[in-house]
Write a protein that binds this ligand. Structure first.
Ligand SMILES: Cc1cc2nc3c(=O)[nH]c(=O)nc-3n(C[C@H](O)[C@H](O)[C@H](O)COP(=O)(O)OP(=O)(O)OC[C@H]3O[C@@H](n4cnc5c(N)ncnc54)[C@H](O)[C@@H]3O)c2cc1C
Length: 436
């Protein structure tokens, strides 16, 4: 019996899979997307901002019809101590206007669904409630996928099933993800009337604010927390490496509860009602932990390929770009009727020529360095910044010179010869980032 064969089968209807489906369908290729959720986005969560420029490369002027919440006009960076914090802020009024948008908060269940509708309108066939169990591999080549009920054969398969990809493990005999290479993200969505959000964050009905937060309950751990403003809710969340969670013997929701009580964060959510609590893994390993990106008949995109830039909280944009490059490669492969690893290596070349792998290379040592020195760089120094600000803003009868000498003397006494070493490590990190 002859097998039914489509041009492309895609596993996963997240940002990577749907962008690939949209690009292929728009080029007139047959594409089937298999998604385990009840509908695209139903199982997906993130912090949440999507980035306007990369998204507009795929869906021009998406803000006119997509379910976006608020355009972010201000980014605040907060360094929290136990009960104090130093916050620096960048606001850009232009980001409120079309042509200058930087990022939008979105709710994934609505956003992913909207993206999927765009792909369907171009002719992609999306099959929800379908869990892919394995790849079908014949003579070393991937020729399709197997679900509980049936087999789907395709000229080329795109794996976009997210972090901790079962299919990547199968295709490349890839080892289990290690605790250093993955963080656990937890978040709460807290409902607040839009007028309260506007007053508290000093924005209008269309604009919003992002907080990126270091320290607080996570002092000394490799992790970040955040606050995002939706139209009528505020998101508070954090992500910490599994390794640090295990070492500290802390539960992520305990950290989140402490964060919500911190004097810098608590007033932002006061009086709000909990709408939703969710948790998800985040790839942390970056460039050094990526699996091979292609082999005969298959490419791997998005989180499944570890394409996340944690330093900048970027994941959806890397996922979408990788989906687009995988689809463009698949289109050429279909036109040449060549699905060999050699042909599909074009996908890696496209990623290497773009910001995706360039940025991941730039930050390839950052997480390692932070992991090895987290107590110092994410504990001791942030604490000292807040101590200094306390001295600087505090008014009492002690002469300023005496206070500053005491402060500097305290830092030297605690770190002594390590200060030079710390400086060198920081310079090495910065140098690596700037020169790479
Ligand atoms: C807490 C948290 C906060 C984040 N904040 C941000 C942020 O603010 N901005 C940002 O840009 N990025 C952020 N990210 C990262 C971002 O969410 C991811 O990088 C992005 O979603 C990756 O897209 P993807 O399509 O590769 O994977 P996913 O979005 O995970 O999609 C994978 C899809 O595959 C489906 N699937 C999985 N296995 C199977 C299977 N076997 N069969 C069928 N279907 C399957 C899933 O249901 C899902 O729909 C955050 C992530 C987390 C966890």
């Amino acid at each position: 019996m002859e097998r039914e064969l489509v041009d492309t089968v895609i596993v996963g209807a997240g940002p990577a899979g749907i962008t690939a489906a949209y690009t292929l369908a728009k080029a007139g290729k047959e594409v089937v997307v298999l998604e385990r959720g009840d509908y695209p986005g139903s199982k997906n969560m993130f912090g949440g901002a999507i980035y306007a420029q990369p998204v507009a490369e795929i869906f021009p002027e998406f803000w006119k019809s997509a379910p976006v919440e608020r355009s972010s006009v201000e980014h605040k960076y907060a360094l929290l101590g136990d009960e104090d914090g130093t916050v620096i802020s960048y606001r850009n009024g232009k980001h409120a206007r079309e042509g200058h948008y930087n990022s939008f908060t979105v709710i994934r269940s609505k956003w992913d669904r909207w993206c999927a509708e765009q792909a369907e309108a171009e002719g992609a066939f999306i099959v929800p409630e379908t869990l892919v169990e394995s790849l079908i591999i014949e003579d070393g080549k991937v020729v399709g996928v197997k679900t509980e009920q049936e087999e789907f054969y395709a000229r080329v398969t795109i794996v976009a099933d997210g972090v901790n990809s079962l299919l990547a493990k199968q295709a490349w005999n890839y080892p289990e993800i290690t605790p250093q290479n993955v963080a656990l993200g937890v978040k709460e969505v807290i409902s607040l009337p839009k007028e309260k959000i506007q007053d508290r964050f000093n924005v209008d009905e269309k604009t919003g604010v992002i907080y990126t937060v270091l320290g607080g309950p996570m002092q000394g751990m490799v992790g970040l927390s955040y606050v995002y403003t939706n139209l009528e809710s505020v998101v508070v969340g954090l992500g910490v490496t599994l390794e640090d969670l295990a070492h500290s013997k802390t539960k992520p929701y305990e950290l989140l509860n402490q964060l919500k009580k911190h004097p810098v964060i608590a007033p932002l959510i006061e009086g709000g009602e909990l709408l939703e609590y969710s948790a998800h893994l985040i790839p942390e390993g970056g460039y050094k932990a990526m699996p091979p990106l292609y082999k005969d008949g298959v490419m791997i995109a998005g989180d499944a390929a570890m394409l996340v830039n944690n330093v900048h909280s970027e994941g959806t944009n890397l996922a979408m770009m990788s989906g687009k490059f995988a689809a463009e490669t698949a289109i050429q492969a279909i036109e040449r009727d060549d699905f060999s690893a050699n042909m599909l290596s074009l996908y890696r070349k496209k990623l290497e020529d773009s910001f995706v792998l360039k940025d991941l290379k730039t930050y390839k040592d950052t997480i390692d360095t932070l992991e090895k020195n987290s107590k110092i760089f994410l504990g001791f120094y942030p604490q000292k910044v807040n101590e200094f600000m306390n001295q600087f803003t505090g008014v009492d009868s002690i002469p300023k010179k005496v206070k500053y000498r005491q402060f500097i003397g305290g830092v030297i006494a605690q770190r002594s010869f390590c200060l030079i070493n710390d400086g060198l490590k920081l310079a090495n990190l910065a140098g690596g980032i700037l020169l790479r």
